[in-house]
Write a protein that binds this ligand. Structure first.
Ligand code: SF4
Ligand code: SF4
Length: 74
């Protein structure tokens, strides 16, 4: 799953213009990803100048939800 760190997003809109699936929109000046439209192509991850878009893996172990975030090195 692709997620935006809402606290760090500055609402520049770059990711919105680059998304081929029209899955990103601005909500209260923060990028919001519609996961029903997102295909997971990851183009937006490398596009964000602040690197605040991450690939997140959510898995469940014994009823416990675990979130693994991929921190990209630049
Ligand atoms: S991963 Fe691809 S489809 Fe999903 S929001 Fe980013 S650019 Fe759009
Ligand atoms: S490119 Fe990054 S900073 Fe700009 S709107 Fe998208 S997520 Fe926010």
């Amino acid at each position: 799953m692709i997620q935006v760190d809402q606290e760090l997003c500055v609402g520049c809109g770059l990711c919105i213009s680059i998304c081929p699936s029209d899955a990103i929109s601005l909500l209260f000046n923060k990028a919001y990803i519609d996961h029903r439209k997102c295909t997971g192509c990851e183009i937006c991850i490398s596009t964000c100048p602040l690197a605040v878009i991450k690939k997140v893996i959510v898995t469940e172990v014994d009823g416990l939800k675990i979130k693994i975030q991929n921190h990209q090195k630049r």
